[in-house]
Design a protein around this ligand. Structure first.
Ligand SMILES: CC(C)[C@H](C(=O)O)[C@@H](O)C(=O)O
Ligand code: SF4
Length: 457
């Protein structure tokens, strides 16, 4: 029988199956400080140990400050949370990437960067954006705190089989349009729960043309359409990205791995439960106008006059009939597990060259990891951002989520490369407009949301 990529990954990990549920073997587990305290507590209560500590990797990202880190974490709650992760990892023999080390970063940035995330694997984390890792052709999904404990103790999880959806992006993207716009266009098409119950495979010419960073951006946001799992079939770009990474296989193991990874594609006649086609040429830069990622429009489109959007539009202080193009902003954020990778920083920098952050705008660049930061600095991007009036920070979730000291005041309007624009996401009463890194960079220097394509012309 012809099988989808999801089915192949599923079949390769079934320990026992009954109807449409299976006990799946879990190859990899990523941990962060917010979702794991109860998981460790449960292990302790039940007198359990971690079955395969070498398949687990922990890092602190959500609550960490992104400046003055040499002075330690001043916020006592955050300090306690990070210290707890560190001591839990020491007690249970799990490797922890130290906050002051070279490898710290956002959990979904460091997994791939370390070669910890590999094609063909099952990977879980107590975090909804675990879908990111599917960009490598891994079966990756977010789980709850109790499931984290189960994975640590047993290396397996009961899972219901998802339906399959394929989203095919035909043709090529316009200049100035990127993976973030593809993700937002997809979410706008199917809605915030349109992918619910599905494992979503992204395919087509424009997906193949994306870098691994772009594919991660796309899969990262699959969850914003309700899909716990995003997938892209691995190819030569995937292998090139993985090769030589600290935890990637090498030598004979590498050859064997590649031979297997090449089989990880949906068969030509495999049937999907749902098929969606999006013409890439038609995608314009996307900007969210509401408080859910599916409340999104092309930068030049006029906002809809629809009762369903009355409340979110009131919160956002925007009106039916107006365009996002031209709307004044006072904050800009480039970072997060969606768009905090080196390619994102490079593309944002390419728009800034020569320009300066507009008066009255506060702009932050927060690299996704220490490795991204070091790479950017070796290319002089830090200097470019600083000279242009941006702040250059230490890695962490930062303004993506108001769980640390980076947060916005009520009423602030922020152009943001993150993935969620929920009420209060960047601080109580703050307003978030999701867009791509080049769009945020363009907004930062213009002081208002603009169509970045004009700046490229
Ligand atoms: C705190 C964490 C559990 C949460 C998630 O599950 O995604 C966060 O990362 C987010 O992006 O909202
Ligand atoms: S960067 Fe944002 S979306 Fe990603 S893990 Fe952190 S809080 Fe969640």
């Amino acid at each position: 029988m012809q099988r989808t990529l999801y089915q192949k990954l599923w079949d390769a990990h079934v320990v026992v199956e009954s109807d449409d549920r299976a006990l799946l073997y879990i190859d990899r587990h990523l941990l962060h400080e917010v979702s794991t305290p109860q998981s460790f507590e449960a292990l302790r209560e039940d007198g359990l140990t971690v079955r395969r500590p070498e398949t687990q990797l922990a890092v602190a990202d959500h609550s960490v400050p992104t400046h003055d880190r040499a002075e330690g974490i001043k916020d006592s709650q955050a300090a306690a949370q990070v210290a707890l992760l560190e001591s839990n990892c020491a007690e249970f023999g799990i490797e922890y990437l130290r906050l002051d080390g070279e490898d710290q970063g956002i959990v979904h940035v460091i997994g791939p960067e370390q070669g910890f995330t590999l094609p063909g694997m099952t990977l879980v984390c107590g975090d909804s954006h675990t879908s990111t890792h599917g960009a490598f052709g891994a079966l990756a999904f977010g789980v709850g705190a109790s499931e984290c404990g189960t994975v640590m103790a047993t290396q397996a999880l009961w899972q219901a089989k998802a339906k399959t959806m394929r989203v095919t992006f035909t043709g090529k993207l316009q200049a100035g349009v990127s993976a973030k716009d593809m993700a937002l266009a997809f979410i706008g098409t199917v809605g915030a729960s349109g992918g619910s119950g599905y494992a979503t495979e992204f395919a087509g010419e424009a997906v193949q043309a994306l870098s691994m960073e772009g594919r991660m951006t796309l899969c990262n946001m699959a969850i914003e359409a309700g899909s716990r799992t995003g997938l892209v079939a691995p190819d030569v770009k995937t292998f090139a990205y993985v090769k030589g990474r600290p935890r990637a296989p090498h030598g004979a193991d590498w050859d064997a791995a590649i031979a297997y990874w090449r089989t990880l594609t949906s068969d030509a006649d495999a049937l999907f439960d749902s098929e969606i086609t999006i013409e890439s040429e038609t995608i314009a830069p996307q900007v969210t106008f509401g408080t859910s990622p599916d409340q999104v429009v092309s930068v030049r489109s006029l906002l809809p006059d629809d009762d369903r959007f009355a409340k979110p539009m009131r919160y956002m202080g925007v009106h039916a009939g107006e365009a996002m193009n031209g709307l004044t902003i006072d904050h800009a954020f480039i970072g997060s597990c969606t768009n905090g990778r080196i390619e994102d920083l490079r593309s944002a920098a390419s728009i800034i060259r020569g320009g300066h952050v507009a008066p009255g705008v506060r702009a932050l660049v927060v690299p996704g990891s220490m490795r991204v930061k070091a790479q950017a600095e070796s290319e002089g991007l830090d200097k470019l951002f600083l000279d242009a009036g941006f702040e250059w920070r230490e890695p962490g979730c930062s303004l993506c989520v108001a769980m640390n000291t980076d947060r916005l005041p009520a009423g602030a309007r922020c152009a943001s490369t993150s993935n969620r624009n929920f009420e209060g996401r960047q601080g109580a009463g703050a307003r978030t407009h999701l867009m791509s890194p080049v769009m945020v960079a363009a907004a930062a220097i213009s002081g208002r949301i603009v169509d970045v394509r004009e700046m490229l012309a």
